[in-house]
Design a binder for this molecule. Structure first.
Ligand SMILES: Nc1ncnc2c1ncn2[C@@H]1O[C@H](COP(=O)(O)OP(=O)(O)OP(=O)(O)O)[C@@H](O)[C@H]1O
Ligand SMILES: [Mg+2]
Length: 266
């Protein structure tokens, strides 16, 4: 599903303006990477997409659900939002399969999850494990896997939710380059194959160039770049990372209007 931020701003207690008013639309099948120095507002923006952080002003709305202004709408939205964390937040002593089955919880009532889940649920979980290339490890304890494999279990768990939106906040922060590429390539492939709206924050510009369809550059809570990775010039990168707020030569921010990136389907 496409998701839209309409003039969303976040100001934390104490007056920190983590996000200046911003309007953005995220389309299905597009992998968007958020870039920005530490404190730029990447996590805040990501967390606004499922209201883990409540905007101080503005609204968040989702196709087919509408504005996320009721508990029911938010529940429906979160059920369909897969999240991949920096620290994968898996249960180490449990098997890969058990962890991935946790992704199915949103589809069942609390008491139901205390009983063995039906076979159909196991098939969904196993399919997701297969998609991240770990079927041979399905019955292995998660704490026996490498960091990269654990992060792929995190992706499989998010996939088991049958999400429409996939959010990942620095999913490769603690991985070596080869594992990082593997994880990002999988997120990208799943984004394209499943037509998933995908938003990932990263610290590595090279990975953004390699895997992003769209890059959003943030500095001091402002969107200062919104375009394709090919349009990310060295000068723009310097602005994103070195001199937030001041664009070279007084240039205007390279930000696309809200609906320019809209795709034909939907
Ligand atoms: N819960 C909070 N309370 C107060 N201030 C916060 C809170 N969360 C974030 N901030 C502040 O908001 C700003 C944006 O933080 P955010 O975590 O979004 O940055 P980031 O781009 O994700 O940084 P990093 O790369 O270090 O993860 C920072 O100045 C941060 O200190
Ligand atoms: Mg962050």
């Amino acid at each position: 599903m496409a998701i839209e931020l309409n003039s969303v701003a976040v100001c934390f207690p104490g007056g920190v303006k983590a996000l200046q008013p911003v309007s953005l639309r995220f389309e299905r099948g597009v992998m968007t990477v958020l870039l920005g120095a530490s404190g730029a507002g990447k996590s805040t923006l990501l967390r606004c997409l499922n209201l883990l952080t409540q905007p101080t002003s503005g609204t968040v709305s989702v196709d087919a659900i509408g504005a996320l202004d009721s508990r029911r709408a938010l529940h429906e939205h979160r059920k369909r939002t897969g999240i991949v964390f920096q620290q994968h937040q898996l249960i180490g002593r449990q098997t890969v399969l058990a962890n991935v089955l946790l992704g199915r919880i949103g589809y069942h009532s609390a008491w139901r999850t205390m009983l063995p889940l039906p076979r159909a649920e196991r098939s969904i979980a196993l399919e997701c494990i297969e998609r991240v290339g770990l079927l041979h490890k399905a019955l292995e304890r998660v704490d026996r896997l490498s960091g990269g494999q654990q992060q792929r279990v995190g992706i499989a768990r998010a996939l088991a939710q049958q999400p429409r939106l996939m959010l990942a906040d620095e999913p490769v922060a603690s991985l070596d380059p080869a594992s990082s590429r593997h994880v990002l390539a999988q997120l990208q492939r799943i984004c394209h194959e499943d037509n998933l709206t995908t938003v990932v924050s990263l610290h590595q510009v090279d990975y953004a160039r390699e895997y992003a369809d769209r890059v959003i550059g943030l500095a001091h809570g402002r969107v200062i770049f919104d375009g394709s990775p090919a349009e990310l010039s060295p000068a723009m990168l310097e602005t994103i990372y070195e001199q937030p707020g001041a664009l070279p030569g007084g240039a205007k921010p390279r930000v696309k209007p809200l609906f320019e990136l809209a795709t034909a389907e939907e």
